[in-house]
Design a protein around this ligand. Structure first.
Ligand SMILES: *[C@@H]1O[C@H](CO)[C@@H](O)[C@H](O)[C@H]1NC(C)=O
Ligand SMILES: *[C@@H]1O[C@H](CO)[C@@H](O)[C@H](O)[C@H]1NC(C)=O
Ligand SMILES: *[C@@H]1O[C@H](CO)[C@@H](O)[C@H](O)[C@H]1NC(C)=O
Ligand SMILES: *[C@@H]1O[C@H](CO)[C@@H](O)[C@H](O)[C@H]1NC(C)=O
Ligand SMILES: *[C@@H]1O[C@H](CO)[C@@H](O)[C@H](O)[C@H]1NC(C)=O
Ligand SMILES: *[C@@H]1O[C@H](CO)[C@@H](O)[C@H](O)[C@H]1NC(C)=O
Ligand SMILES: *[C@@H]1O[C@H](CO)[C@@H](O)[C@H](O)[C@H]1NC(C)=O
Length: 688
């Protein structure tokens, strides 16, 4: 078929910058319409491109990038009348916009992040982050009134940090991503029933959105509908929103999108806008089409060629079969029926094999009891990942574990290492994580090849881990207990943000241990003493490990060391006891790492060390919750003094818990992850 050039109907009326009198606002000024974007002259940045057929593609399948399209000229949102009035008392001109979009995900059940219409004071959004920030905000400025950004988001991911209602919603955002109002995507039928009809934003089908703002009444409406159906009378969202304090006198309008870990393309097919009136109606006949999956009809030519080709085909099949057999052996995976529902989180072994170049030792990041960690680059998306290969034979508990992995994969927090998915082979489980370029915190603390961490960096890491743990314990849909918090499981991303990694694995080993599975897995020195007899992990056992971690980071020493100064009678150095002793002698701040050369505020160091002591209390009830910990660190609540009766950790733990000492003594090193079967050295999911 010949391609017929589609000539988009293009009516582009600029509102000229100099025209500020109210009369100029009447007529066509501040109005535009794009039925397809060929020759539209939009200002594009990031991944955004206009395809030859006129589709605006805001994102391609590259992960963690953003794309913006701006109407090139600024628009005057202030009405002339209020130009002379006080800044607080101004009203904004009414505006109206509509656009047709389609979100195409490579997966059936998940999609990359959504798409947004926005009004912003400048065309420079280079500081905005991709992924959940939709290319509009970043972790620093999210929610700040100085942004002057208004947006309507079509969001396809549930981000608990922004209190999203579900993974398919429309939200009204003022200066940040916590929506002023949000509704599940859909529309109200215009018939007598007025029934609500769901729409799936990332179905790949084209849909139309309308955003109408009434400046006088300060009411904002958002309406959604399948493409080519009339605009529903009842809007999806109608919310009182005074944008006069938000949108600047002169501002730009645009469309934004960004991608996270999932391959998704965001398309816009047409867009119109008007000030002081309804947005011009799009001409559906002129819009570029979304490709449809069509079943190809068999051609006549094939009927002729087929008989000739048959013998050749047979040969080819034979070659293929032997090749496939070889491949099957090489890339063999374990796949069972129950895994179907986890499809999107399942990686093909072949992709991981190629990502890590056949798990070549040059990509090895770490080795330990839980398995080996490799750095890899996924072939399709060029995303850097860390692949952890865990040896595991137990069939039992695997389904539940994978369900957990998938649910953990839905955890999203800036202080938690993102788990992207998994793969299974015989005797092996592969876990795919975001790659952390700065490796584990443990290396920065103890490897003298790295520059010593400054105090602010340590405090930031402690705060980050506290925020991540609070999220796991209290703010996510279910309580997640990490079970193995320690410096080597805290990873640093490119911006030196601390992220918790490696959770859930300890659980697998507990389960896998069979009928006598009362084993506690964790790391000596971070294991709460009550675990010796209760064997039950609780948020308080995580808090204990967090306490050891805090002391470790502040002091630059491991919780339990052997054969070093300050050893107790058994030749063991117990960090908590040493810090307690300094506290009782009034020299608490001296416990801070000598590598800091005294360069830290003494009161901050004391607060952190006392917090470490409180969290390491042998009695679980005496430990604060993670919410309290975060309040103490942020100065939102005063930190209580550790109780005076808290003289020696070892003595108290022994009193409370006969048998703790022998339990502690049987594991030589606090740097190793242990199971009841013996010591295992730890591995991390990041990199060097
Ligand atoms: C996606 O867009 C970015 C930015 O323009 C580009 O670097 C990248 O190669 C594109 N990826 C694909 C798969 O087209
Ligand atoms: C602000 O608006 C109110 C009514 O909306 C009006 O009475 C008042 O005079 C205005 N103030 C200024 C300074 O324009
Ligand atoms: C937008 O308006 C605010 C408040 O009036 C002002 O501080 C800010 O500089 C303006 N931004 C731009 C880019 O003009
Ligand atoms: C865009 O903003 C960033 C900081 O937010 C700044 O560094 C950069 O120079 C700006 N670019 C332009 C072209 O103004
Ligand atoms: C908002 O941003 C301004 C400057 O960009 C900054 O001074 C202020 O502290 C920020 N406020 C909050 C609450 O983050
Ligand atoms: C719309 O979707 C919601 C959530 O998925 C579901 O509970 C509801 O039954 C659906 N409604 C219709 C009419 O399909
Ligand atoms: C917003 O919706 C309400 C309720 O349907 C309607 O009364 C109002 O006229 C709408 N406003 C705009 C600007 O569309």
């Amino acid at each position: 078929m010949h391609a017929i050039a589609r000539l988009p109907f293009l009516l582009l009326l600029f509102h000229l910058h100099g025209l500020s009198d109210a009369a100029a606002a009447a007529g066509g000024h501040g109005q535009f319409i794009y039925n397809g974007f060929t020759g539209a002259g939009l200002d594009l940045d990031g991944m955004a491109v206009v395809e030859p057929d006129g589709k605006l593609m805001l994102t391609n399948v590259t992960s963690q990038l953003k794309g913006h399209a701006f109407h090139p000229a600024p628009l005057r949102f202030d009405d002339g009348a209020s130009a002379s009035a006080s800044a607080q008392n101004r009203t904004l001109r009414s505006f109206s916009t509509t656009f047709v979009f389609a979100i195409v995900s490579d997966y059936v059940t998940v999609s990359g992040n959504g798409l947004a219409f926005f009004v912003a004071p400048s065309k420079n959004l280079s500081a905005a982050s991709p992924s959940q920030f939709l290319g509009l905000f970043n972790s620093e400025n999210n929610g700040n009134a100085t942004n002057h950004v208004f947006a309507v988001e079509l969001d396809t991911i549930l981000n608990p940090e922004f209190r999203d209602i579900n993974s398919n919603h429309v939200g009204v955002d003022v200066n940040g991503l916590v929506s002023l109002a949000a509704e599940p995507a859909g529309y109200y039928a215009d018939d007598d029933t007025g029934a609500f009809r769901n729409l799936s934003l990332f179905s790949g089908d084209a849909m139309q959105a309308w955003v109408d703002y009434d400046g006088g009444a300060a009411v904002l409406n958002v309406t959604l509908a399948p493409v080519e159906s009339p605009k529903p009378k009842k809007p999806l969202i109608s919310v009182a929103a005074d944008l006069s304090a938000v949108v600047n006198d002169t501002a730009y309008v645009g469309l934004s999108s960004s991608t996270g870990p999932f391959h998704t393309r965001h398309y816009v097919l047409g867009w119109s806008f008007a000030l002081d009136g309804a947005a011009p109606v799009l001409d559906y006949a002129e819009l570029p089409r979304m490709p449809r999956v069509v079943t190809k009809r068999r051609s006549k030519a094939l009927d002729v060629v087929l008989p000739v080709a048959m013998p050749l085909l047979a040969l080819a099949v034979l070659a293929c079969v032997s090749f496939l057999a070889w491949r099957r052996f090489r890339y063999a995976e374990l796949r069972e029926e129950w895994e179907v529902e986890f499809g999107p989180h399942r990686f093909a072994y072949k992709d991981l094999f190629h990502a890590a170049e056949g798990f070549d030792s040059k990509h090895l990041l770490g080795v330990g009891g839980f398995g080996r960690v490799y750095k890899g680059v996924l072939p399709a998306s060029k995303t850097e990942v860390a692949v952890k290969v865990v040896s595991h034979d137990a069939r039992q508990g695997m389904k539940q574990f994978v369900a957990e992995v998938v649910s953990i994969g839905r955890l999203r927090h800036r202080n938690v290492v993102q788990l992207l998915g998994y793969c299974r082979r015989k005797g092996e489980l592969l876990l795919v994580y975001d790659y952390m370029p700065n490796g584990s915190l443990d290396r920065w603390l103890y490897d003298h090849g790295t520059p010593p961490l400054r105090w602010e960096q340590r405090l930031r890491a402690i705060r980050g881990v506290a925020a991540g743990l609070l999220y796991l314990h209290e703010d996510w849909e279910q309580v997640v207990i990490h079970r193995d918090i320690k410096a080597s499981n805290v990873l640093l991303d490119g911006e030196m943000n601390a992220r918790l990694g490696d959770f859930g694995l300890a659980r697998l080993y507990e389960r896998g241990a069979g009928p006598q599975s009362t084993h506690v897995v964790g790391t000596m020195g971070y294991l709460a003493p009550e675990l010796a007899h209760t064997r039950r992990v609780t948020p308080a056992t995580d808090v204990f490990a967090f306490g050891s971690f805090v002391l470790e980071v502040a002091c630059g020493r491991r919780p339990i060391e052997r054969g070093r100064r300050g050893d107790d009678d058994d030749g063991r150095f117990v960090l908590v006891d040493w810090v307690l002793e300094l506290w009782h002698t009034g020299a608490l701040a001296d416990a801070a790492d000598a590598r800091l050369c005294g360069e830290y505020p003494a009161e901050e160091a004391e607060l952190v060390l006392k917090l470490g002591l409180l969290c390491s209390h042998p009695v679980p009830a005496a430990r604060p919750s993670m919410r309290q910990v975060v309040q103490y660190l942020d100065g939102d609540a005063p930190l209580p003094e550790p109780p005076a009766s808290y003289q020696s950790f070892t003595a108290l733990a022994m009193m409370q818990n006969q048998g703790f000492d022998s339990y502690a003594a049987s594991y030589p090193s606090s740097s190793a992850t242990v199971t009841s079967g013996g010591a295992m050295s730890s591995v991390h999911s990041g990199g060097r």
